[in-house]
Design a protein around this ligand. Structure first.
Ligand code: PSU
Ligand code: MN
Length: 300
């Protein structure tokens, strides 16, 4: 194991005893959700993983230490401290060298979790190809192409160019599972009109595909996509209105780089009077439950 990783006592003992573990990202806590829902959701998600019989390991960098598994106090720092950076894989060494506090994106969380020996990771929505001509492509995508672990999410964030993101995954051989669905979910929305590669209806089915990938030494991730629960889905007309407005606002205000995703999510939540925030929390909790069940199935 990578010696620069600081494992919490709970994570260490779960790894030693080969118990089911679920990695969780921290950018969604620090930059994806508003206060106080961010801290509440971070705690709720850990509780859900535990209730399913798995150990949660939230990942972040604290005072330059790469932490796998956070204490309640450490979670509070990530959720409330005003100087928590957003760290993608390219930033991990900088944060360690400078002794920063930083929240890890999907890409950085995967990089760390895989090196800690964790095989399942739950998040809300992955990054992908943004609209516009730059092109702006999240580091989440190349990390998925080179890291063999199960990533449970509700597809790519709706603010992205979803057809372009779907094509990227196909080109780079990332297998996409529809969990109880035949279509790629679109984050706040259950449908996108885009295909998945295979439908799985149980944790065992997912586990079988992943174990086969590992036997074949396929080095990319297995992306398990789970639709947002029906009662939390954002109604399509409202969703598209707040989405188009948020993208136009970002262009006008020239928001780019690492600030773009948090800006778009916050703007949509304001304009939808919290409808997108409720969907975000519901899908994060649901994805954690599915991920924990998969982690348990993987260990059987
Ligand atoms: N999904 C959410 N909220 C978030 C993110 C995803 O529901 O805040 C974060 C993830 O950490 C993801 C990041 O890795 O946004 C992508 O940012 P970028 O497009 O800058 O790579
Ligand atoms: Mn970017």
């Amino acid at each position: 194991m990578e010696t620069r990783l600081h494992l919490s006592p709970e994570t260490k003992s779960a790894l030693e005893q080969n118990q089911a573990l679920v990695a969780l990202e921290s950018t969604v806590i620090a930059h994806g959700l508003p206060r106080p829902q961010n801290l509440e959701t971070a705690g709720a998600v850990e509780g859900i993983v535990r209730a399913e019989g798995a150990t949660p390991a939230t990942i972040a960098v604290l005072d330059g230490e790469i932490c796998v598994g956070l204490s309640e106090e450490q979670r509070r720092v990530i959720a409330t401290d005003h100087d928590v950076k957003k760290l993608s894989t390219r930033d991990i060494a900088i944060a360690v060298a400078r002794g920063w506090n930083g929240a890890t994106t999907v890409a950085a969380t995967m990089w760390i979790a895989h090196r800690a020996g964790i095989r399942v990771f739950a998040t809300g929505g992955i990054g992908g190809v943004h609209h516009g001509s730059l092109p702006d492509i999240s580091a989440d995508l190349p990390e998925l192409a080179r890291t063999p672990m199960i990533v449970v999410c509700s597809g790519a964030k709706i603010v992205l160019d979803l057809p372009a993101t779907r094509e990227w995954l196909e080109t780079h051989s990332v297998t996409v599972v529809g969990y109880g669905c035949d279509e790629l979910p679109a984050f706040y929305s259950r449908s996108s009109g885009l295909p998945v590669d295979i439908r799985c209806d149980s944790p065992d089915e997912v586990s079988r595909v992943f174990k086969t990938q590992r036997e074949l030494k396929i080095e990319s991730a297995l992306l398990v996509t789970v639709p947002v629960p029906v009662d939390a889905e954002v109604e399509s007309a409202l969703l598209h209105r707040v989405l188009d407005d948020a993208i136009a606002d970002a262009e006008r205000e020239r928001i780019g780089g690492r600030d773009l995703t948090p800006f778009l999510l916050a703007r949509m939540s304001q304009q939808s009077e919290g409808a997108t925030l409720r969907a975000n929390v519901a899908l994060l909790e649901n994805n954690a439950r599915v991920a924990a069940r998969i982690a348990v199935a993987l260990n059987r």
